[in-house]
Ligand binder design. Structure first.
Ligand code: ADP
Ligand code: NG1
Ligand code: MG
Length: 420
């Protein structure tokens, strides 16, 4: 990579940033509802080589030149988002996030960037956030001459990158960025939000997590599927908040706010969802429940076309999945692989049936893995294609050689910065 950088740009790179991808073990589509998740960082990742230049431009190249066009942007630039995004827009999310946060928007420094990514794109292993986070740390180094400090902490960067990636149009939670920045080597990470907190979760010695590809892919920012789910959850949160007479329910955006403000446990909330949240309300029915002004404020640009909202099923999945994360963490502590596998199966079934975010290829893959005898199998990441993660007992290995195995995962460390 260094020789390639020098060959392209005629100067040596000054920094190398490496950022892993992540595989989510459990806790899907609940980060943006405020609930904790349990991913681990993986060995596949993004590598950026960067150098400062005196010219007023950012120039970027990808080693996969046939797939990703080179891009040059003159500085100063007011870029603040692009939807649907090109590959370099993910880099610019990280760049803009840092400049706004360190208040150097008017002192944009020239940069040369060479990128190499090994995460299969649009496959639920978070190639997008790996790119955003790597670009953000590179920009920090170029503009300040250093990486993490007491002021610019890993938590600060994870929060910043979660917000920054929304500039490509998805209303994401913060799981991917937190996992890819905060993960310790050798352990999965339990991540909680608002405020962001994380703690290592040591996996049982006999637990082997295998990642397989379904063959289907979907770029999350190029369709409205993802944001549609976010909006349906927001609507369910306001319907529940209003029903329970909770103060400031019109500000609710996350299903966890209902729990925090009502003090109810997840089992009580699941019951309430069934009795209070309509199955498939139309726009007019939602307006009758929460008011037009509130609905308008909840919708994103790419969800204003929606005619109906599967609010009940989405909320049901979310509260159920939040419980499964807690149970999975407990099962991990107890080394109970059977219980972990069952929870992964339940997670997939809920995502398929209540969240409508699986795909025929993913369901086929999950079924084949289960038939082969794995302890648990589920889609990982946002879904609609991409990868499945399965749990295998190392003492009784399952033969998956007839399927498209990508890798056997061992927990890797989060993002790193190196100065040459
Ligand atoms: P994922 O589940 O991998 O995060 P997304 O749909 O969120 O999938 O993001 C995928 C997008 O990230 C791609 O369409 C591309 O724009 C960008 N991307 C991923 N890998 C690379 C790469 N190696 N080089 C350039 N861009 C990449
Ligand atoms: P992927 O599939 O990596 O794009 C997305 C979101 C996560 C989370 C999962 C579903 C972004 C950057 N990522 O991941 O926050 O909501 O889906 O659990 O928005
Ligand atoms: Mg992504």
């Amino acid at each position: 990579m260094e020789a390639k950088f020098e060959e392209i740009y005629g100067v040596k790179p000054v920094y190398r940033v490496k950022c892993p991808g992540r595989v989510n073990l459990i806790g899907e589509h609940i980060d943006y509802n405020g609930y904790g998740v349990l991913p681990m960082a993986i060995e596949l990742g993004t590598e950026l080589l960067v150098a400062p230049i005196n010219e007023s431009k950012i120039e970027m190249r990808n080693v996969e030149i046939e797939k990703y066009d080179p891009f040059t942007m003159s500085l100063p630039s007011t870029w603040s988002g692009a939807s649907p995004p090109n590959w370099f827009d993910y880099v610019l999310c990280g760049w803009r996030g840092i400049l706004d946060s360190i208040q150097q928007a008017d002192q944009q420094k020239g940069m040369l960037i060479l990128m190499k990514g090994t995460i299969p794109p649009s496959s639920g292993l978070s190639s997008s956030s790996s790119l955003v986070c790597a670009a953000a740390l590179s920009t920090l180094a170029i503009h300040t001459g250093h990486g993490f400090t007491e002021k610019y902490t890993r938590e600060w960067l994870a929060d910043l990158c979660a917000k920054a990636e929304q500039m490509i149009g998805t209303c994401g939670g913060g799981m991917d960025q937190a996992s890819e920045i905060l993960s310790p080597k050798g352990a999965a990470l339990r991540i909680d939000f608002n405020p962001l907190k994380s703690k290592p979760v040591h996996l049982p010695n006999d637990a082997l997590f295998v990642v397989l590809h379904s063959g289907d892919t979907l770029n999350k920012a190029a369709s409205s599927h993802y944001n549609e789910r976010v909006i349906e959850c927001r609507i369910a949160a306001q319907i529940l908040g209003k029903h329970l007479n909770l103060p400031e329910w019109t500000n609710f955006r996350k299903l966890k706010e209902v729990q925090d403000k009502s003090g109810k446990d997840l089992a009580e909330l699941l019951e309430l969802v069934e009795s209070v949240v309509p199955v498939n309300p139309t726009v007019d029915e939602v307006i009758a429940l929460i008011g037009k002004e509130n609905l308008d404020a909840l919708l994103s640009d790419n969800t204003r076309h929606m005619k109906e909202f599967k609010a009940q099923a989405r909320a049901w999945h979310c509260y159920g999945e939040a419980k499964r994360v807690a149970d999975f963490e407990e099962a991990c502590k107890n080394g109970d692989l059977i219980a972990m596998g069952k929870l992964m199966n339940q997670s997939h079934d809920s995502l398929k049936e209540r969240y409508d975010c699986s795909s025929p290829g993913l369901d086929k893959l999950v079924n084949e893995c289960r038939k082969a005898g794995v302890l648990g199998a589920r889609l990982t990441g946002a879904g609609w294609g991409g990868c499945a993660v399965v749990l295998v007992d190392k003492k009784h290995p399952t033969d998956l050689s007839h399927l498209h195995v990508l890798f056997e995962s061992s927990p890797c460390e989060g993002i790193t910065l190196e100065k040459f």
